[in-house]
Design a protein around this ligand. Structure first.
Ligand code: ZN
Length: 457
């Protein structure tokens, strides 16, 4: 059964902005809304991009509700999304695209291992601005990668997947194997992976367009812990390991973002760095108390083997120095503290030398509001850094009991010498239940945020 959703301009929009009858819904929006006006986008007012995506999700849920009361022959199987007007003004085009984005993000499910597939709506509609499509597909890629369990996505298989994706989107990939990781003296990457019987990889994604505007690249660094048991500091609480396949969500969002940027043929030179490992308590695993010499030459006293993300990111951040990057953004499911401070409603972000104030952080914050993948800037005072003093090495990998997301950021700062922003997505990468257009499981959070930030530079 076909269903139609019609978008229509209306002077006064009531609390309920859509009506349903038979096999059609009319969704109203107000002509006064200038969606491309940033102030509108940032306000908590009715028609921000996020509100439109949420409305699309409400309608998506309503269609599923209708279906639950219908017999098979009557079920809605395809949805056509149309505009009442033929010729749309700029703000109407954007409303159309945000609506589609919300609907498509809702219409995702990961069921490749189910014999009985969940029926998704066949959607007959296309984006007006094709960047939306590239960014949506980037999020799908990111969600798929995070939803894959370790049994089907090890570090080596991730590298293989990145190569396949690079061919579709048009960027280059080179992969360092364990031997090359050793010859690069990536002590952090090697230490974390020591307990695993599988090999780590270090992935370098390069999108360098001929018409590039930036001489030196923006480097995106993603944490790729394919599975995190905590290592010998085994995760203690019940069920705490059930979702730990998601500890490579930072890597997945970098892959999704670079896919989107390359597909959109951006004029920005972008490099992605992804250290991929597994954190296990094997016979050779690194132990609390060990001192690890990192790629930068700095020594780290390991106090908890579950604080492993920062160990692999540190080597990747050091590796990034060779590009003399104009900016580095790393993204990682790094700390429970990040999840505790903001919950599932946004990610926390920190910046070297300043907070709130730089153009980069401000623009990233804007991209967060527009994409719906919000960031919350955190203080980044040097007092936090002192908590990392070690008695036997240069630094230790753990700060005090409070503000663990910030001391983790301060640990990473030791390995940077360029403009840099750190994003912790521990609270938003993976959900135990559907939340608006983010489905149970992987959210793909970060992919659209980073792609929007770079595509609108
Ligand atoms: Zn961990």
């Amino acid at each position: 059964m076909n269903f139609i959703i019609q978008l229509e301009e209306k002077n006064i929009v009531d609390e309920k902005s859509w009506i349903h009858n038979d096999n059609k819904i009319v969704y109203f929006y107000n002509e006064k809304i200038k969606i491309n006006n940033l102030e509108t986008a940032f306000s908590e007012e009715k028609l921000s991009p996020e509100k439109i995506r949420i409305d699309a999700n409400e309608i998506f849920k309503f269609l599923n509700l209708l279906n639950s009361g219908r017999n098979t022959s009557n079920k809605i199987s395809s949805v056509k999304i149309i505009n009442k007007k033929n010729k749309l003004e700029k703000h109407e085009q954007m409303i159309h695209d945000y609506f589609l984005e919300g609907f498509f993000l809702s219409n995702y499910s990961f069921d490749k291992y189910k014999n009985q597939k969940k029926t998704k709506f066949k959607v007959d509609a296309s984006f007006i601005d094709k960047d939306f499509e590239h960014c949506l597909n980037g999020t799908y890629i990111s969600r798929d990668l995070v939803n894959e369990p370790l049994s089907h996505l090890t570090a080596k298989l991730l590298s293989k997947r990145i190569k396949e994706i690079s061919k579709i989107a048009g960027f280059k990939v080179s992969v360092l194997n364990e031997k090359q990781i050793k010859s690069n003296k990536m002590g952090g990457v090697l230490a974390v992976n020591k307990g695993s019987v599988l090999e780590p990889t270090f992935n370098i994604l390069t999108y360098k367009p001929k018409n590039r505007k930036n001489k030196n690249p923006i480097v995106l660094v993603g944490k790729g812990v394919m599975y995190d048991t905590g290592g010998l500091s085994l995760k203690p609480t019940q069920n705490s390991m059930d979702m730990m396949k998601c500890d490579m969500a930072g890597a997945a969002s970098v892959i999704g973002a670079i896919y989107s940027i390359a597909s959109a043929k951006s004029n920005q030179y972008v490099v992605g760095l992804i250290p991929a490992v597994e954190n296990r308590p094997g016979g050779n695993a690194y132990v609390p108390g060990d001192v690890i010499k990192m790629m930068s030459g700095k020594t780290v006293e390991v106090l908890n083997t579950d604080a492993e993300g920062r160990m692999i990111l540190a080597d990747a951040l050091h590796y990034a120095k060779r590009y003399k990057p104009e900016l580095v953004i790393d993204i990682a499911t790094l700390t429970g503290a990040a999840a505790r401070s903001v919950g599932k409603y946004g990610a926390v972000a920190m910046e070297k030398n300043s907070y709130y104030s730089s153009q980069n952080m401000y623009r990233l914050w804007q991209s967060g509001l527009i994409s719906g993948e919000r960031i919350v800037p955190q203080p980044f005072w040097d007092e936090y850094k002192e908590e990392l003093d070690s008695s036997i090495a240069d630094i230790k990998n753990l700060g005090g009991p409070e503000a663990g997301h910030i001391t983790a950021g301060k640990f990473l700062e030791h390995f940077t010498d360029y403009p840099w922003i750190h994003i912790d997505i521990a609270g938003v990468a993976f959900l135990l239940n559907d939340y608006i257009y983010r489905k149970k499981g992987a959210t793909g959070f970060g992919s659209r945020l980073l792609a929007h930030f770079i595509l609108n530079k």
